[in-house]
Design a protein around this ligand. Structure first.
Ligand SMILES: [Zn+2]
Ligand SMILES: [Zn+2]
Ligand SMILES: [Zn+2]
Ligand SMILES: [Zn+2]
Length: 512
């Protein structure tokens, strides 16, 4: 198979279109080249009638093993991280060097700046042009699009090296779901495409194609997060994007800098399909399916969703989002009763709440949730927000079952507020309250579960509860070793806290 591996400078005075044409691979050739490269990793792309492309294991992978690593085809930092992290490697650094020409991107070293220069060169000019003509800088999604277009051109011109897992043809194999995209959104994308054309120089830009690319971004781009799952930016990872969604995934995606790393959450046997979760898993089947339909345009038929209508799922859903029984002495959840009598039925005492009563309760619940999300999005972590969120917690406790995710998120918000107020004891109390809910919601080896145990362990340790600290940090270590791997500074930080706590306990035991 023909591969383009040498780097040449672009042809000086030849017709750009005809010189680049010979380096465009057909989709089939790009697919074949990708398949060959994946085979060396023990992976293969396969086609299923129901889901389209799937990624399949050609060998066994054990829990915690890295299955796939990929650098983004293109990536961009969020506005919040720009100036605090290196644009090239996403590393956080105190003294970053700014590009003196556009003053819009920062690098941790001249090595990173040199590495990006070929890609940044055209972007730099474009940013300056926008600044000069509009007194503005491009948004992150606009910048991502510009980078995609510049990179494709540079690869076609052989200025930037292309490889089997890093080329525009495999980006073009990703679905756009243009036919499913709403008219409203298409209009927005077309406007953005016009702006891109204006920035990049209209002559080289096909508006229709860029609109299509924005559709492709919407259902394929990944949010790049740090170890604690805080968002840093966006990236396009065309091979990772082949992995389909499941609400009971067998792999997990995390990032090292901006590099995507997919690890096995369980033993994966040869021939199995790899799956990832695209969404928050701590919600009911109906909520998960709605989220997936709205952003990714498919109805999930994973094993967890397929319990729908079997009773197992309604019980699971009522535990996750369930309301309390109207019988005050009863600890049951209400589950929807789609049989002969309409309404909500208590799974323990059998009390029936009729349809009118049920819709009244649900309307009240909806209003409380609206207030909750308003508070959460206001982001004010001060005492006023704390009082309001505590009020909300009391209101929620009257309506929802203690196991409900709504209460869990409120406890989580209160935990964050107390942390920012440095009220460590209350933070610890709220953190302890979230643990049983986290354990019920997330799979045994989920990064959010591991991170919550890590937070609990640090709070217990800080407040002098050594035994509890060791217990929580040990659980965190066991989970994060699988989801994050045990090499990075983040994991080493956890280990050193755990060792300190263990040493302190040993010392206490020696003297008492
Ligand atoms: Zn860097
Ligand atoms: Zn620049
Ligand atoms: Zn599902
Ligand atoms: Zn009951």
């Amino acid at each position: 198979m023909a591969r383009i591996e040498s780097i040449h400078s672009p042809p000086q005075c030849s017709d750009a279109a005809s010189s680049s044409a010979s380096f465009i691979q057909s989709p089939a050739a790009a697919q074949g080249e990708l398949q060959e490269s994946l085979a060396s990793l023990g992976l293969a792309v396969s086609i299923s009638e129901e889901k389209g492309r799937c990624l399949i294991a050609l060998r066994d992978f054990c829990r915690g093993q890295v299955i796939l690593e990929q650098d983004p085809y293109v990536s961009v930092l969020d506005k919040e991280s720009r100036g605090a992290r290196c644009d090239s490697c996403f590393v956080q650094a105190k003294s970053l060097k700014r590009c003196s020409a556009c003053k819009h991107v920062w690098y941790c070293s001249s090595t990173c700046q040199k590495k990006e220069w070929k890609l940044h060169q055209d972007e730099c000019k474009a940013i300056n042009e926008v600044k000069r003509r509009k007194d503005q800088t491009p948004t992150s999604s606009m910048q991502l699009m510009l980078r995609l277009m510049f990179k494709r051109k540079l690869q076609l011109d052989k200025v930037v090296i292309r490889s089997a897992m890093d080329n525009h043809e495999i980006v073009e194999l990703l679905p756009t779901h243009m036919a499913d995209t709403s008219e409203e959104r298409l209009v927005l994308y077309a406007q953005m495409a016009n702006l891109v054309a204006w920035i990049a120089g209209a002559a080289t830009v096909d508006i229709k194609e860029v609109t299509q690319l924005f559709c492709r971004f919407a259902c394929n781009a990944h949010t790049i997060c740090d170890e604690e799952l805080r968002p840093l930016g966006m990236g396009l990872f065309p091979v990772v994007s082949i992995i389909n969604h499941s609400c009971e995934p067998n792999t997990v995606l995390l990032f090292e800098g901006k590099r995507a790393v997919v690890r096995a959450l369980e033993q994966i046997n040869v021939g199995s399909e790899l799956t990832l979760s695209y969404i928050e898993l701590g919600t009911s089947t109906e909520s998960r399916r709605k989220a997936l339909r709205e952003q990714y345009y498919f109805t999930c038929n994973c094993p967890r969703c397929n319990h729908l209508g079997t009773g197992v799922v309604s019980l699971e859903d009522s535990i996750l989002e369930g309301l309390l029984c109207k019988n005050k002495a009863c600890k049951g959840h209400l589950i929807s009763n789609k049989g002969s009598q309409k309404g909500l039925l208590c799974q323990l005492c059998g009390a029936l709440v009729n349809e009118n009563e049920a819709s009244k309760i649900l309307a009240e619940a909806k209003e409380v949730l609206r207030q909750a999300s308003e508070l959460a999005s206001s982001g004010n972590h001060h005492s006023a927000a704390r009082i309001k969120t505590e009020e909300l917690k009391h209101l929620q406790e009257k309506l929802w079952h203690p196991s409900s995710v709504h209460l869990m998120w409120t406890h989580d918000n209160l935990l964050k507020i107390c942390m920012s107020e440095q009220d460590w004891q209350s933070a610890l109390d709220y953190c302890r309250l979230t643990i049983p809910a986290y354990e019920r919601i997330y799979p045994q080896f989920h990064p959010l579960l591991g991170l919550q145990f890590f937070a609990l362990g640090k709070l217990e340790w800080y407040l002098g509860n050594t035994v509890e600290a060791i217990k929580a940090l040990t659980t965190a270590r066991d989970i994060l070793a699988v989801t994050h791997g045990s090499h990075g500074n983040f994991f080493q930080g956890l280990l050193s806290t755990l060792h300190d706590a263990q040493a302190s306990l040993a010392q206490k035991r020696m003297f008492h």
